[in-house]
Design a protein around this ligand. Structure first.
Ligand code: NAP
Length: 272
C-alpha cells in the first residue's frame, strides 16, 4: 500500500510557523487581519469560509466576515474598500451583486498586490494558496521534481494554472489535460505525478496511474444526495498502486487554508 501523505501534520507545521511570525508582527504593534467578502446564499463556500476563520483564529490573525449581497450597506463596503488589510472575495460572488460595477470596485480597491491574498491578480506579491500547498507536499515527502513528468488534470486559474509555472521552476516536465483531452488515462499513466484539479468524482481511477506514482487530489465536488464531499481521485482503488497519495478530505484542503494564513503574514511582513 502506498504512503498516505500526512497533510494534517504538514498543515500544522505551516500554521506553527505562521503563528510565530504573527506573534513577531504583534510585538512590533502590527495586528494582521483578513477580511472575507462572502456570498451568504452559497452553501459550499460557507464551509470554506468557516475553515479560513478557524485557521486564522488558531494562528492569531483577526478575521472579519462580511456578507456580500444586495443588503450590504454602501457605508460598510466603502469602509472595507478604504481599509488596507488583505481581502478575499469568496467566489462565486452573489448573483444580485455580480455586476460590472461591482467588479470594477473589486478590481480598483481590493485587487492591489498589497491586499491580494489569493495571489490571483497581476503583479501579486503572494502565490495562490492551493498551488503553494501542493508544492509544499513535494518538499515534505522529500520528492525531487527535477526531470519528473507531472500531469496536471484541469486548467483552472485557482490551482492548475499557477502550478504549471511552479513545477516548471522545479525543472519538472509538465503536461496539462482538460475537458477536451482525449484518452486521459493514456496521458496520466505515462506520468510520475498526477495532480487532479477538476471537481469530478472518481475521474482518476487505478487505470489512470502507474505503479509507484504520486497522486494528489485537489478537485472536490459535493454529492447532491448525501451532501458529502467527493474527490476526483478514487482513493480506495488508487492507494495500493500509488507510492504516495493524498486523502480527498483532510488532504490538500488543509494546506490551502494554512497557506492562505501564510499569505496574510507575508503581505504584512512586506510592509515592514
Ligand atoms: P475550474 O476553473 O472549473 O476548472 C476545472 C477544470 O477541469 C477545467 O480546466 C476543465 O477543463 C477541467 N475538466 C472538466 N472536466 C474534465 C474532464 N473530464 N477531464 C479533464 N479535465 C476536465 O475549477 P477550479 O477553480 O480550477 O477548481 C478545480 C477543482 O478544485 C474544484 O473541484 C474545486 O472545488 C477544487 N479546489 C479545491 C481546493 C482545495 O483546497 N482542495 C482549492 C481550490 C479548488 P476545461 O478548461 O476544458 O473546461
Amino acid at each position: 500500500m502506498g504512503k498516505i501523505i500526512d497533510c494534517k501534520t504538514l498543515s500544522q507545521k505551516i500554521k506553527d510557523d505562521v503563528k510565530e511570525r504573527v506573534d513577531k508582527l504583534k510585538e512590533k504593534g502590527i495586528n494582521p487581519k483578513l477580511t472575507v467578502l462572502t456570498n451568504p446564499d452559497d452553501e459550499p463556500s460557507k464551509a470554506y469560509v468557516r475553515n479560513k476563520k478557524r485557521v486564522c483564529e488558531e494562528v492569531g490573525i483577526e478575521f472579519e466576515e462580511i456578507p456580500f449581497n444586495r443588503n450590504i450597506e454602501y457605508k460598510k463596503l466603502l469602509q472595507v474598500a478604504n481599509a488596507n488589510n488583505p481581502v478575499v472575495v469568496q467566489l462565486p460572488i452573489n448573483k444580485d451583486v455580480d455586476t460590472e460595477v461591482t467588479w470594477e470596485v473589486i478590481n480598483d480597491y481590493y485587487c492591489c498586490p498589497e491586499r491580494d491574498v489569493d495571489g490571483f491578480f497581476k503583479d501579486a506579491f503572494v502565490k495562490p494558496a492551493t498551488a503553494k500547498g501542493v508544492m509544499k507536499i513535494f518538499d515534505y515527502i522529500n520528492y525531487d521534481l527535477e526531470g519528473k513528468h507531472v500531469c496536471i488534470v484541469g486548467r483552472g486559474k485557482t490551482c492548475a494554472k499557477p502550478l504549471v509555472q511552479m513545477l516548471l521552476d522545479k525543472n519538472a516536465t509538465v503536461t496539462v489535460c482538460h475537458s477536451h483531452t482525449q484518452n486521459l488515462e493514456e496521458v496520466t499513466i505515462e506520468c510520475d505525478v498526477i495532480i487532479s484539479c477538476v471537481g469530478k468524482p472518481h475521474l482518476i481511477t487505478k487505470e489512470h496511474i502507474w505503479w509507484g506514482s504520486v497522486v494528489i487530489n485537489v478537485g472536490l465536488s459535493v454529492n447532491p444526495e448525501t451532501g458529502k464531499l467527493n474527490g476526483d481521485v478514487d482513493f480506495a482503488a488508487c492507494k495500493d498502486k500509488a507510492e504516495y497519495i493524498t486523502k480527498n478530505t483532510g488532504g490538500v484542503g488543509l494546506l490551502t487554508t494554512a497557506c492562505l494564513a501564510e499569505n496574510v503574514v507575508e503581505l504584512y511582513e512586506r510592509r515592514l
